[in-house]
Design a protein around this ligand. Structure first.
Ligand SMILES: Nc1ncnc2c1ncn2[C@@H]1O[C@H](COP(=O)(O)OP(=O)(O)OP(=O)(O)O)[C@@H](O)[C@H]1O
Length: 338
């Protein structure tokens, strides 16, 4: 049976599956015209081109149809996770950790605890999809099942995105070129639109806007974080996001969390920041390398959010004034004028 896509103009195919163009490059075939159909293109190939390609016109048409089918499968192959479960292991002294925590898309869990209490280790256990084979003995289940070695090797990079504290780009590309390359690798149909959307979101998160033509290494720390968060939220298929401290990132943390959870991701973040902790539905309290308690954010705590956000905005305004060399003023009445 003839693939119906072979009777549609190339312009439509390029729009839906941009990497379909690569077929012609890889086969060393002339680039088709946008208003041509593949059926007409292959039928019209001259004998010289066919000899060079060592294939008949119908072989090439069938190979192109298989290429399109494979691309379409890749595109729908975004990993999805309905639940993430972490089963307790043991603390630094070998005592059992009493934990069975299940998170679903849209959930945010904050990891709190003194320095050295095991927050980063917990994130690393999830990243590794631990199976009782890390120092903590924890086990991580996806959709209620343990992950076998094949899943762990092939899927952990695609399932889990990590935003770490120190983010520095070494690639000498402009922001747009980087995002276009990422969009292309993810087979996003409208790469240009997606890149523009990520830049707009990143500029909403960071205090100082950057332009699409800014070189990646020229971005400030806050701008880099903002770009990565917007990229993870919009372009990255990973359903699980691990965040190691957002507080000093120089970005709108509240918006950043809303952006990530709004895109249906499971977010786990280590934090010492009350604002971020209260944005999470649950917080895991760490002590001696284990989760000592799981606290639900209470309605009373949620009520504090508005006041806390206002206090946070005042502090941010002071930071901004400080940055710009202005005099600082902080009053009990809250009418500080910097
Ligand atoms: N259950 C455990 N068993 C054995 N070692 C552990 C356990 N939990 C954590 N550790 C180890 O303890 C050390 C400190 O833990 P970790 O770095 O995770 O703390 P943290 O809470 O992230 O600290 P900080 O807030 O300073 O970043 C690490 O070397 C880690 O591997």
């Amino acid at each position: 049976m003839i693939d119906p896509r072979l009777n549609r103009p190339f312009a439509d195919l390029w729009r839906e599956l941009p990497p379909a163009r690569d077929f012609f490059l890889l086969q060393g075939l002339p680039q088709p015209l946008p208003d041509q159909t593949p059926a007409a293109y292959f039928a019209g190939l001259g004998s010289e081109v066919l000899t060079e390609a060592a294939a008949s016109a119908s072989d090439l048409a069938q190979a192109f149809a298989r290429f399109l089918a494979a691309l379409a499968t890749l595109e729908t192959d975004a990993p999805s996770v309905a639940s993430l479960t972490i089963l307790g292991g043991r603390d630094k002294h070998g005592r059992a950790e009493n934990l069975e925590l299940t998170l679903v898309p849209g959930d945010v869990a904050a990891l709190v605890g003194p320095t050295g209490s095991g927050k980063s280790r917990f994130l690393a256990d999830i990243e590794w999809l631990a199976h009782g084979d890390t120092p903590t003995g924890r086990r991580v289940l996806l959709d209620g099942h343990p992950c076998d070695a094949a899943v762990r090797l092939s899927a952990s990079g695609r399932l889990i995105a990590q935003l770490s504290q120190n983010m520095q780009f070494v690639m000498d590309l402009t922001v747009t070129d980087f995002l276009l390359a990422h969009a292309e690798s993810r087979l996003v149909a409208d790469g240009v639109g997606a890149a523009a959307e990520v830049i707009a979101l990143a500029n909403e998160l960071s205090g100082e806007a950057f332009s699409p033509t800014t070189a990646l290494p020229a971005l400030s720390g806050g701008q880099s974080r903002a770009l990565m968060i917007a990229d993870v939220a919009r372009l990255c298929a990973s359903p699980i996001v691990l965040v190691d401290e957002l507080e000093n990132a120089g970005i709108d943390r509240r918006k950043a969390i809303e952006l990530l959870t709004g895109s249906g991701k499971i977010v786990l973040m280590a934090t010492h920041d009350p604002l971020l902790a209260l944005l999470a539905g649950r917080r895991l309290v760490f002590a001696a390398g284990a989760v000592a308690a799981v606290m639900e954010t209470s309605p009373a705590e949620k009520n504090c959010l508005t006041a806390l956000a206002a206090a946070d905005a005042r502090l941010s305004a002071l930071r901004e004034a400080l940055r710009h060399g202005r005099q600082l003023r902080f009053t009990h009445e809250g009418d500080d004028h910097a």
